[in-house]
Design a protein around this ligand. Structure first.
Ligand SMILES: [Zn+2]
Length: 276
């Protein structure tokens, strides 16, 4: 059965968060390792970690940590390397399996390719040190100096990686659409899927961020919306994730801030697409 999950927000404790995942009947979830309220890396107590791990080991397989935005491995200036190390330590303590990393922006450069070079160097170093954690690079919405909005960036990046097979991908439908890939149109969606295969390779995609968006195609503005209420629409998203080449890839929604019942309804909606 295909895995369906949500992005959850760390509020009070790890145990509260994982219990919420169970109440929501999630197969998996993603979270930041930075507290919403303080914007500092979370520092849970040993008791909290132990209690989290008991549930985590029993109920979940893959768990995703979304790395914070102050890590920018494409920057020619400060790239947040130390923040990344801190977060990786927490990822290991919590026995999470994947990190989702935005490729970053080529700060201090005039051309995006310089950022792609910097990112390749950082990833080559990281891959040497990290064997257990799966690194997922996520496509982005903003274009310009931001790496990974154009899928071509990932094609160029992979050529610069020592071990390209070690760097995997998370594709966000809202980001793709905001950047200008019109996946709301079914024939353009088909071309997008072909492009995915030519650039990142479909076999290297390990996660979809299944999101709708408030803004138009090509707006380059990233504002997530409930599935079906946004500009991409339910039918196009359903068609995309059920495409025969993509139907095995886990789905994780990053919803706007909504009530429990609405989160639950979204999970049930997406599960209902998979029942024949
Ligand atoms: Zn995303």
């Amino acid at each position: 059965m295909r895995k369906v999950g949500l992005h959850l927000r760390f509020q009070t404790s790890l145990v509260d968060m994982i219990e919420e995942a169970i109440r929501l009947d999630l197969d998996t979830f993603q979270c930041f390792l930075v507290a919403q309220s303080t914007h500092k890396t979370i520092s849970p107590s040993k008791d909290d970690i132990d209690a989290f791990l008991r549930i985590r080991r029993e109920r979940f397989e893959d768990l995703y940590a979304h790395i914070s935005y102050w890590v920018n491995l494409a920057s020619l200036n400060y790239n947040g390397h130390r923040a990344l190390q801190r977060e990786l330590d927490t990822v290991k303590k919590l026995e999470m399996t994947h990190i989702v990393l935005h490729p970053g922006s080529a700060n201090g450069a005039t051309e995006r390719i310089e950022g792609i070079d910097a990112l390749a160097r950082s990833l080559n170093d990281l891959v040497k040190l990290e064997n257990e954690i799966v690194i997922l690079l996520e496509n982005t919405a903003h274009g310009n100096l931001t790496v990974g909005s154009s899928l071509q960036d990932f094609y160029l990046l992979r050529k610069k990686l020592d071990k390209p097979e070690k760097v995997r991908f998370c594709i966000d439908t809202a980001h793709a659409y905001a950047y200008g890939y019109n996946i709301a149109d079914l024939s353009e969606q088909e071309s997008f899927i072909r492009l995915l295969d030519e650039t990142v390779g479909i076999s290297n995609i390990e996660l979809f961020h299944l999101n709708d968006t408030k803004k138009n195609c090509g707006s380059r503005i990233d504002r997530h919306e409930m599935i079906g209420d946004g500009a991409i629409g339910q039918e196009a998203l359903k068609n995309f994730v059920l495409h025969e080449k993509l139907a095995h890839i886990p789905l994780l929604m990053e919803l706007p801030l909504v009530e429990y019942a609405d989160q639950r309804a979204m999970v049930q909606l997406v599960r209902s697409w998979h029942v024949q």
